[in-house]
Design a protein around this ligand. Structure first.
Ligand SMILES: Cc1cc2nc3c(=O)[nH]c(=O)nc-3n(C[C@H](O)[C@H](O)[C@H](O)COP(=O)(O)OP(=O)(O)OC[C@H]3O[C@@H](n4cnc5c(N)ncnc54)[C@H](O)[C@@H]3O)c2cc1C
Length: 467
């Protein structure tokens, strides 16, 4: 199996955009703007378009610019069923439209670390969506709400004035500027303002021809495989598989690893695709064909250092550029759907009162406290130099962690994987883990630095105190 030339070209462009991202120098001017082209300028028309739509629905003039054609999706999204509800509640899509997005639904999910037990978890990421149709409906809804779309616009700088922002773009027809009261940075992992401290290169896609059945190396269209490893640390990384039914005949497979952003290789996606094709038989058997490749570098955040969502007055990061993914599954689409309602309601109030300074904008995102405690868990799924001589170390650590979660009962297990455990439950899980498997502290200490543990203790204290 190989990638088509245009896919390879896009893969290379994504790698380059990730590695060449440079923070913009935010220019400042004391001269007020006379007028604005738009109230809100959103740069980036991925699924974070939800933000622009909700603001347009509030009555603000919204413009959305993208360097490519708007509404392009090169991914597939899985989401837990109830997480789709906000799309209907906020009037973005009708219930019928939401139902039409679901291309497959599975009975239960499994988590299986190499050498460990195959564990069942229910109602987690159990709905597979047609990402192309999601984007098609969002763009249509955006147009109905009055959004003006600008395609082929690559932003190249911005100047913040006392009452607005001038954003510079490069286009095929030369440079141009757009003025706005507020700018939403929705440019994903290539954002010039992204300050994520984790990265998750992910490759795979929708496949046909995999052997069907209920064995570990077969695909079962009623089961989703949420986290699976087929070996220990190799090439310095703990690789993880995911597999979801995509329709009655197709199956989506991903291979990914968690990494510190500065250690992500320049050709990370191409190298991971080579490994994907080589090692797929360790995961699933069959005469596989890649129908639709899906790939990207998902940014994440350990929450060990306080991160704001506003890099400057009148500029707000949303979606992947704010790195607000699920700490365990790194699902950013689900996180966007969950958070866009409260976040845009708060932004609307600030636009109303014209209070768009950095401090006020940072207050528009109130992260659920348990996420502040769980962000660090991704570090446990990542090789950080401690397990080279002990390749099974990450699997062993994850096996005992998930055994402890399973022992808490199916409901608690499910809520934990869906990021819904309370801070007290997260704490109780960690204490039980330490009591049942005291050796876990040695493993954690090998992979997580003292500084990380100290930062986490502060975060946990705040989350438990409800601060
Ligand atoms: C392979 C893969 C599988 C995934 N599976 C799931 C899943 O099952 N469930 C889930 O919840 N999440 C999943 N995710 C995560 C999800 O796709 C992201 O969280 C989501 O796409 C983030 O949306 P976004 O709009 O913030 O950013 P993006 O989707 O990255 O969109 C960014 C947009 O900005 C544009 N842009 C970038 N730079 C510029 C620039 N300089 N000027 C103008 N425009 C620019 C890009 O063209 C793009 O349209 C997956 C991600 C990957 C890579």
């Amino acid at each position: 199996m190989t990638l088509a030339p245009q896919t390879l070209e896009h893969v290379r462009a994504l790698e380059a955009a990730f590695h060449q991202r440079r923070p913009f120098e935010v220019k400042r001017s004391a001269v007020p703007l006379g007028a604005w082209d738009t109230d809100v300028l959103q740069v980036g028309a991925g699924p974070a378009l939800l933000h622009g739509i909700l603001l347009a629905q509030q009555g603000w003039r919204v413009t959305v610019a993208d360097r490519r054609k708007v509404g392009q999706a090169h991914r597939e999204w899985n989401i837990s069923g109830p997480e789709l509800e906000p799309l209907v509640q906020h009037g973005v899509l009708t219930r019928e439209q939401v139902a039409s997005l679901v291309v497959a639904q599975y009975r239960h999910g499994i988590i299986h670390w190499h050498g460990g037990k195959r564990r069942v978890v229910n109602r987690v990421l159990d709905h597979a969506l047609d990402a192309g149709r999601v984007m098609e409906l969002l763009v249509a809804r955006g147009k109905e709400s009055g959004i003006a779309f600008l395609e082929g616009h690559r932003w190249s700088g911005l100047t913040v004035h006392p009452n607005g922002v001038v954003v510079a773009f490069e286009t095929d027809h030369g440079p141009l500027t757009v003025t706005a009261r507020l700018v939403l940075d929705a440019t994903g992992s290539s954002s010039p303002f992204a300050d994520f401290d984790l990265a998750c290169p992910t490759v795979g896609g929708v496949m046909e021809g995999l052997e069907e059945g209920t064995g570990d190396h077969q695909v079962d269209s009623t089961v989703g495989e949420i986290l699976v490893s087929t070996e220990g640390v190799e090439e310095g990384r703990q690789h993880i598989w995911e597999g979801f039914p995509a329709s009655s005949t197709a199956y989506t497979v991903y291979l990914f690893y968690y990494e510190q952003p500065h250690r992500v290789p320049a050709d990370c996606l191409q190298a991971l695709y080579r490994r994907f094709f080589e090692t797929l038989p360790r995961y699933k058997r069959g005469d596989a064909r890649l129908l639709r490749p899906t790939y990207g570098i998902i940014p994440g955040h350990t929450r060990l250092k306080p991160g704001g969502v506003s890099p400057a007055d009148r500029v707000l990061r949303v979606g992947d550029s704010a790195a607000r993914q699920s700490p365990l599954t790194f699902c950013g689409f689900g996180s966007l759907v969950r958070s866009c309602g409260p976040s845009t309601a708060a932004v609307g109030r600030l636009l109303e009162s014209n209070t768009l300074d950095q401090h006020a904008l940072n207050g528009t995102w109130q992260e659920p406290p348990q996420l502040r405690m769980m962000g660090v868990l991704a570090l446990m799924m990542m090789e950080r130099g401690a397990f080279v001589a002990d390749p099974q170390g990450v699997n062993r650590l994850l096996e005992v962690a998930f055994a402890t979660l399973e022992n808490a009962g199916p409901d608690a297990f499910e809520r934990f994987v869906r990021d819904q455990a309370t801070p007290a439950e997260v704490m109780s899980f960690l204490l039980r883990l330490g009591r049942t498997y005291p050796a876990v502290f040695k493993d954690v200490a090998r992979n997580v630095s003292f500084k990380d543990i100290a930062a986490w203790t502060v975060q946990a204290g705040r989350a438990l105190a409800g601060a």
